[in-house]
Design a protein around this ligand. Structure first.
Ligand code: ZN
Length: 137
């Protein structure tokens, strides 16, 4: 799993403070912001390539640095976009209540002692019917 960005809450923290639907919406907004960053970095990289025409040796060296930096930013942003999008979709696929089929109507269950294997399981409860299950984060 990719290390979490401090701007993105974990699923458990998100359900606790925002509710599942708000958390999901923010994850999608964040992932698409990363997609926009990847596009901007790709355009900046192409502009750096364009600036090679008629440039002096020093400028070409500087442009090479810009190309490398823009490529690194674009790859990082693209990777982050795909991770956030896939993670949000994976969680959304587990957000239907098994009993009443309500989508995203979740409340976090408070479990006193969770073992090390259960750290990635987020125990939730349906707000409508009280059905309990665990989402795999
Ligand atoms: Zn339910």
């Amino acid at each position: 799993m990719t290390a979490r960005n401090p701007l993105n809450r974990s699923l458990e923290d998100g359900i606790r403070h925002l509710g599942f639907r708000k958390w999901y919406e923010r994850e999608l907004l964040s992932s698409h912001a990363h997609m926009a960053l990847a596009l901007i970095a790709a355009v900046a990289m192409m502009a750096s390539f364009e600036a090679f025409h008629g440039a002096s040796t020093t400028e070409k060296l500087l442009n090479s640095g810009f190309v490398v930096v823009c490529a690194a930013i674009a790859l990082w942003a693209l990777r982050r976009y795909l991770y956030l999008l896939m993670h949000a979709e994976e969680m959304a696929n587990q957000a239907n209540c098994g009993q009443c089929q309500a989508y995203g109507q979740l409340r976090l269950q408070e479990v006193a002692d969770r073992g090390p294997q259960a750290q990635r399981l987020v125990p939730v409860c349906c707000k409508r019917c009280g059905f309990r299950w665990s989402m795999q984060d």
